[in-house]
Write a protein of this length. Sequence first.
Lengths: 336, 336, 325, 325
Amino acid sequence: MAVMNIREAILSTLHAEMERDSDIMLLGEDVVGGNGTAGGPEAIGGIWGTSAGLWAKFGPDRVIDTPISESAIVGAAAGAALAGKRPVAELMFADFVGVSLDQLWNQMAKFRYMFGGKTRCPAVVRMVYGAGMQTAAQHSQSVYALLTAMPGLKVVLPTTPADAKGLLTEALRGDDPVMFFEHKALYGVKGEVPEGEYRIPFGQARMVREGGDVTVVACGRMVNFAEKAADKLAADGIGVDLIDLRTTSPMDEDAVLDSVEQTGRLVVVDESPPRCSLAADIAALVAARAFTSLKAPPALVTGPHAPIPFSRVLERAWLPSPQTVEDAVRRTLAFR
Amino acid sequence: MAVMNIREAILSTLHAEMERDSDIMLLGEDVVGGNGTAGGPEAIGGIWGTSAGLWAKFGPDRVIDTPISESAIVGAAAGAALAGKRPVAELMFADFVGVSLDQLWNQMAKFRYMFGGKTRCPAVVRMVYGAGMQTAAQHSQSVYALLTAMPGLKVVLPTTPADAKGLLTEALRGDDPVMFFEHKALYGVKGEVPEGEYRIPFGQARMVREGGDVTVVACGRMVNFAEKAADKLAADGIGVDLIDLRTTSPMDEDAVLDSVEQTGRLVVVDESPPRCSLAADIAALVAARAFTSLKAPPALVTGPHAPIPFSRVLERAWLPSPQTVEDAVRRTLAFR
Amino acid sequence: MLQLGHDQLLGAYRRMATIRAFEERLHEEIKTGEIAGFTHLYAGQEAVAVGICDQLTIEDKIVSTHRGHGHCIAKGCDVKGMMLEIYGRAGGLCKGRGGSMHIADLDVGMLGANGIVGGGAPQAVGAALAAKVDGKGRVGVAFSGDGACNQGTTFEAMNLAVVTRAPAIFVFENNHYSEHTGDAYAVGTARDIASRAEAFGMKVWRANGCDFFDTYEAFRDLLEHVRGGGGPAAIELDTERFYGHFEGDPQRYRGPGEIDRIRAERDCLKGFRARVTGAGLLAGAELDAVDAEVAALIDAAVAEARAAADPDPATVADDVYAEYH
Amino acid sequence: MLQLGHDQLLGAYRRMATIRAFEERLHEEIKTGEIAGFTHLYAGQEAVAVGICDQLTIEDKIVSTHRGHGHCIAKGCDVKGMMLEIYGRAGGLCKGRGGSMHIADLDVGMLGANGIVGGGAPQAVGAALAAKVDGKGRVGVAFSGDGACNQGTTFEAMNLAVVTRAPAIFVFENNHYSEHTGDAYAVGTARDIASRAEAFGMKVWRANGCDFFDTYEAFRDLLEHVRGGGGPAAIELDTERFYGHFEGDPQRYRGPGEIDRIRAERDCLKGFRARVTGAGLLAGAELDAVDAEVAALIDAAVAEARAAADPDPATVADDVYAEYH
Ligand SMILES: Cc1ncc(C[n+]2csc(CCOP(=O)(O)OP(=O)(O)O)c2C)c(N)n1
Ligand SMILES: Cc1ncc(C[n+]2csc(CCOP(=O)(O)OP(=O)(O)O)c2C)c(N)n1
Ligand SMILES: [Mg+2]
Ligand SMILES: [Mg+2]
């Protein structure tokens, strides 16, 4: 086991997998950096530090800086995947699905189905998401619900360095398009990472802790918030089943349903506005499939139906927090 | 009252409102048709027949044919709205939100909020949606959930000619961006339409019928399917409260909750795949806010988690139907 | 023209004639009401698809448009499989899931028709970037219409290809209409599509897309440039569509006698026949024989498609993923 | 240059100096950690924003970029309101909801900075189409960087403007970098952005964006063309950014001595001062007095911003809609 942060886990996994499989190629804006400048290529190496050294090792045919053209980036990944490669496209911010959605949704996601199941499109689209750093309305969004809704895509959100490695490796070995979400506020999170080959199958949630009194389902950075809440609740003798979904498509429905069948109480924490959200999706799942177990109404902890504001205090008010999770748990437990 | 179909209701409303308000302008692909051809402008007049005669009456500055450039169409509407006009942009198919999402989601929807509430962006984006005519995976989708999820947008889905008039008029008089959905299989639906000014406030559902045994919530073409199911159920003495949402953002939560408080049973019918859908949204709403009234698990009638297929039999298997709605109602009622 | 041998010429004729017969037959079949959805016929543009695809190998990739039948046939898709697909049958090339607008066959390097105008161009660049990694001189080809050249994706794709020196080829089939709007209106005032590609620094060619030989020769030069590592290139073909935008289009935007004129003066099949028989390269009887074979093939395809089984509704959600836990 | 009177010249200097002082002060303030998020400084490009906006009226609309402070100040946004906004205060121009990347003031015709590269160009065309309906000779202006010129929306916007003959103006500020990549790499091999606009059939101008007078004069001609109904036009300005892409950028992509050189040779403020004092149009002391006033204004703005109240968290979901039932 090596200790590293999520950024390092992603970078080292890309290095290892690109070495192993010469079909993997990487493209995006400034993933090399410095092209066409006096400083020369790799003057930067990816603005998030997740592609440093790849260009030098694998060359310009496999590590490609692109113009600011997200539709072309994702579309080229789609085409390269159809042509037999395993492209990894990087969206500098997940918000840029706005300028590339068609290639994700109507192209990549649908090829296999439209073409009668005879096609594989193993493209991985890495995208940096999430609020908490005052990057405001157009650079802070968590668009996983939008993509989870789209048949043909898989959606992955690691929250630990080990999961980052295991899930990225799995994405690069599979045959379907994968939306790989990296939270900008989690890159520095450290943890132990298994050495050597390490894969985590999609659709298997991580049981972060078992407490038995209430089921809290979360993903991404919200898992950390929920953990903090769970710590405080534990001090009062309240036991939380905390489920980190890891992948929202496919989703580990059994993990959620099994837990709710025990606890009878559900809190979902989702870094997004409430409407047609992942939180709603999970609450509906539980209401429909664990109805008789439910002892209290499902509680949805989300942002408000509003864009994400810039100001520190407003952004904090927008986001769920350990406190709002804790409050929701207590309210849910108080329900009779 | 005049009898007309939805297509005619939309066209006549556009004529009337453009006459009344010189700030209204229309833009889209082939909304005039024939530009740059021997046949000349208005050789066609809109491929859906919803803009015929507007160019001749209001001239080329207010009725504008565009190249195939949906981002520019929606973006130009956004800009014209900021500049004080009331643009109506047409997306020939709602699926083309894929190539224009940024201008809808990160621009139009967010201006007012990002700019501190000092801005209005009264753009109406009309888009043609829905399955049932074998237009396959890229021309059949019902993308209202995706846009309902986005704060700053209003989402409207008329199902009758009267509603088409009343809701479109309201959209053209309001100060917010409105996503106006026209189902391609509903254009020919006929009905009575009030003469003169007629507005329907957003956020007020239409109670299609009151039956008291079960609440069925639907929108768009699914309302018609639900009505057929309700007819059959009525023959067996089962009374359906059928709610046509009309607008999904804002949504008439009270209409849904009030009905479920009476019936204790909910069926939602949604022409879309199940994940993070409007169906899930409503089921979650009810589970969270009418928990104690619920006597059975909410039933979600949606398409499967798959793109929409071309083949007639497959498309029929994909879509909800009067039969699947009826079955869901019976299952819900059978639940003890 | 003289560089093509007898079999090559006959093969080219066969493919063009197959496309024409396929489309003309569809035009009739659609009237029966048995084929629904959108069908966009390629008749009139055959010289483009065949003049280009005849010079590609099975390893070269093409990406097509909503008007894709011609590209499919030219690249080698099975004609019966296509007909079954358009009828929505289980035995169709895409099991009835795609229909006319979404035919693909990756085994022959046909990466898909596309219902989204402009959707394909970036994908062709991706295929070209894949080819570049392999270093075997393969290319990625994007077919686009004059309307598609206005879509942002097409521009982005051209620039990306130039920046990365991808062996990508942009084929602009200018049939002068995007739906019901003329290129004189929609393609800016410059009107010429190739000059846009030039502004990205690409080498461009222009040819008569109703003339197989002109198309073939221009594309031969272009292909030599691209395969030789000269970077991406574009070609604009002046061509004609013989039918409406989609089946059902009243075509009120056409000038009086326009269709008669283009059919009389710009029919690539008639032109081909006149040239090869005039030069004594192929005999009229040989071409007649091909016509007869093609007619029989299409008859058989339609008969098979009409009789074929629909997909099993229970399979509606299959094939969404390679695997989904 | 001689056409500008004393007050116009002094005003132009004041606006350029205000932008420079605003940005240089922000560069310092950001180090205190009190300003978070992304801040992109406009220093070095002042001659563009001012050379252009000085010729626009309050009824003309501009759409800006992520690097928007200069455009805002040049178009007349309140400087204190901007500073408060960048500090995220309740009294900010956008109530603290937008921050540096989303400053707008519709009352002065500034339709917004934009965090999405390429997002603004179609909106400027929309504003231009609105102006066309009104028929009063107003224009819509899109500022775009050399990086933004590769985004599909920018191309679509140019074509749409040409097709509709909208009084739209595309201002390409080529500062030779998009983030950490050079224009020599990312803008195809043609390198010149204006020639792309030309390929759409637009009239184009090119000027030295570090020279106020060159920019001013070229834009004057352009504006005459557009206001006169000549259709859309584009101008490419060769300019420089003095700081990193965003605050915190290590700028390893710069050549040795590059920043010193551009500051020495291409500083539009120094150039302006030399020209106007050399020609005897303004006295050095007048300019010094402006510098002092500007410094005082920025000091006051920062002091006010530091002391100002944050927004009330309870308002987080206000202002999403004009009304929402
Ligand atoms: C993104 C998108 N916008 C609009 C359409 C509707 N549409 C289908 S074909 C077409 C015209 C295409 O014209 P062109 O590219 O010249 O191809 P042609 O039909 O002439 O072959 C349009 C507008 C679409 N399918 N996709
Ligand atoms: C759609 C989109 N893609 C990428 C980015 C990230 N980004 C912000 S600024 C920038 C570079 C822009 O370069 P340019 O247009 O030359 O403007 P400059 O920064 O030089 O003023 C990039 C890539 C973005 N904000 N939006
Ligand atoms: Mg065409
Ligand atoms: Mg730049």
